[in-house]
Design a protein around this ligand. Structure first.
Ligand SMILES: [Zn+2]
Length: 229
């Protein structure tokens, strides 16, 4: 483990940490693509297909872009701008990943009339996050964390209003993984392999959420109980 980075500088991982950062997300690229495809084939209507597409795309691009970014920083690209660009993409994809993770719940579950607007509001929030990254990337880390937390929590309040509450437990446990992981996300240079541990928490949270989506929104038993959209 190397020393903590000074404020507004990025932590420089050791060779082993670089390798762990790449491996802990690269491992999930293929399973996440397969997972998305599986949901697509389990779909019974156009809404389920669209949700499977958006969710599968968000899930697999999270792991793909994160892996690409970590490989590029490891191999010390000669072009600093390339590294910078990938770091921005790595941050942007998180916003879209959060929006994509909520999409199946917001689209396939029956929600109250005002809550249904959250379907598109999450994508507006993700676009807002993207704009923020474009202008203020890495400048105000606290605001960044507040943005991610807001994006993670607001749609959850809507999802909590679902009439059918099956899957809520898994959603909370998965969300808890992300929150716990954030402790490590902020612990570079304090805990060895902190960033790789953060990746593992993300993979665990995403895995639990995938399981819940597959089980409660895409398996036939539950589809019978879902009402007209
Ligand atoms: Zn990472």
């Amino acid at each position: 483990m190397n020393n903590r980075a000074p404020a507004n500088k990025r932590y420089q991982p050791t060779e082993y940490e670089h390798a762990a950062n790449c491996a802990t997300h690269a491992l999930w690229i293929i399973p996440s693509i397969m997972g998305g495809v599986l949901l697509y084939f389990l779909s019974n209507d156009q809404w389920e297909e669209t949700s499977a597409w958006l969710y599968g795309a968000g899930l697999s691009s999270l792991f793909t872009i994160s892996t690409a970014f970590h490989i590029i920083t490891w191999k010390k690209s000669h072009l600093r701008s390339v590294e910078h660009c990938f770091h921005m993409c790595d941050r942007i994809v998180i916003y879209f990943f959060i929006a994509a993770s909520y999409t199946p719940w917001l689209t396939l579950r029956e929600l109250g009339p005002w809550a249904a607007h959250m379907r598109w509001v999450v994508w507006v929030m993700a676009s807002g996050g993207t704009t923020y990254v474009f202008f203020f990337h890495e400048r105000y880390k606290v605001i960044e964390l507040v943005c991610y937390t807001a994006m993670g929590v607001f749609p959850a309040l809507v999802v909590l209003s679902m009439t059918d509450r099956a899957g809520l437990y898994e959603l909370l446990v998965g969300g808890g993984c992300y929150v716990l992981g954030m402790v490590f996300f902020k612990s570079d240079g304090v805990v060895p392999f902190a960033h790789a541990i953060w990746h593992l928490f993300v993979a665990m949270g995403a895995g639990i959420h995938y399981y819940a989506i597959w089980k409660y929104l895409y398996t036939p038993v539950n589809q019978q109980t879902s009402t007209a959209r």
